[in-house]
Each structure stands twice: as structure tokens, then as C-alpha cells.
Write a protein that binds this ligand. Structure first.
Ligand code: ZN
Length: 98
């Protein structure tokens, strides 16, 4: 009985979580830092998966831990980018020299 109640509570929390994700978009001024404002006083950093005060968030995005996580995320994103056609530098050089 208790377990069932708990399960329903969890589901409610999850639904609430998704509702909040829709309502609160990423803060544009923090761009690639992927920070959402989740209520009038708190922000959620998607990079670090932590909640931080709105007053602290601009400092948060500059701290070492956040920068490290952000760099990792950027690196991952770049790794998965489709290859762009490489510029044909050799051909250009040869043409110039001849
Ligand atoms: Zn962060």
C-alpha cells in the first residue's frame, strides 16, 4: 500500500518536472551554458545537473567545475558533428607555386 502511494507520488513529481521544463526555457543570456530558470529564485544548470540561486548563476557559469563540464559537453558535440569537406589546401599551394 505504501509502495503504491510512493509510486504515484514519484509519477506526480516526474510530470511536474516535465511541466517545469516546458515552462522555463533556457536563459538566453547564458547561451551555451544551458541554464534554465526554474522559479523566481532558482536556476537549474543542465551541464552540472545542479540547482543554483539566480543570484549566483552568473558566477556559477564561470567556476572551474562548470567550465570543465561545459568543455566536455562542447567536445562531445564537436566529435559527433558530421565531417565537413576539408579545404583543398594542397591543390591551392601547388597552383600558387607553379
Ligand atoms: Zn554548471
Amino acid at each position: 500500500m505504501d509502495a503504491e502511494v510512493e509510486l504515484k507520488e514519484n509519477h506526480k513529481t516526474l510530470a511536474e518536472h516535465h511541466r517545469l521544463l516546458k515552462i522555463y526555457p533556457y536563459l538566453e543570456e547564458l547561451g551555451e551554458n544551458l541554464v534554465r530558470q526554474i522559479d523566481s529564485t532558482n536556476c537549474f544548470c543542465t551541464i552540472c545537473s545542479i540547482v543554483t540561486s539566480v543570484h549566483y548563476v552568473s558566477r556559477h557559469v564561470q567556476n572551474d567545475e562548470h567550465m570543465r563540464e561545459l568543455n566536455k559537453a562542447v567536445l562531445r558535440a564537436e566529435t559527433y558533428k558530421p565531417c565537413e569537406e576539408p579545404p583543398n589546401v594542397n591543390t591551392v599551394d601547388l597552383n600558387n607555386k607553379k
